[in-house]
Design a protein around this ligand. Structure first.
Ligand code: ZN
Length: 133
């Protein structure tokens, strides 16, 4: 793993949370992006070598909507940047970590991503991500 790429935070109202995080982090939101396949609107902030990603559900029944109705707003996942996502997925699957997708999928911010089930990572939803080059 190369670094913590970003921390994903589930929010109810992205339009309200963007100015809040701009004040908190003292940096402007540099990108918003909708990932229709995941039912999510995202907003990104640079913070040193890492980023903060805000996530808002676009529809009933999407993963973020379910997360917020169960746990409320807050930290949703931790994303690690990897050099080679397929090799890393193979390595972790062989060690018994449960992958939530069998092949890398297209995520926000020009990334290939794969999630690990929280039940095999001490309750933390972990995202692996690799920049699409
Ligand atoms: Zn993420």
């Amino acid at each position: 793993m190369l670094r913590i790429e970003h921390l994903g935070i589930a929010v109810k109202d992205l339009a309200a949370s963007i100015p809040l995080f701009e004040q908190l982090l003292n940096t402007p939101c540099y990108k918003t992006e909708t990932v229709e396949s995941e039912g999510v609107n995202t907003a990104f902030f640079n913070i040193g070598e890492s980023k903060v990603e805000l996530l808002e559900a676009t529809k009933e029944g999407s993963p973020i909507e379910k997360f917020i109705s169960k746990k409320g707003e807050g930290i949703h996942h931790l994303a690690f940047e990897v050099e080679n996502i397929e090799a890393e997925m193979k390595r972790l699957a062989a060690l018994g970590f449960e992958l939530l997708n069998e092949a890398p999928k297209k995520g926000a911010d020009n990334k290939l991503v794969c999630f690990l089930h929280p039940k095999t990572t001490n309750g933390m939803l972990v995202e692996l991500c690799q920049e699409i080059r």
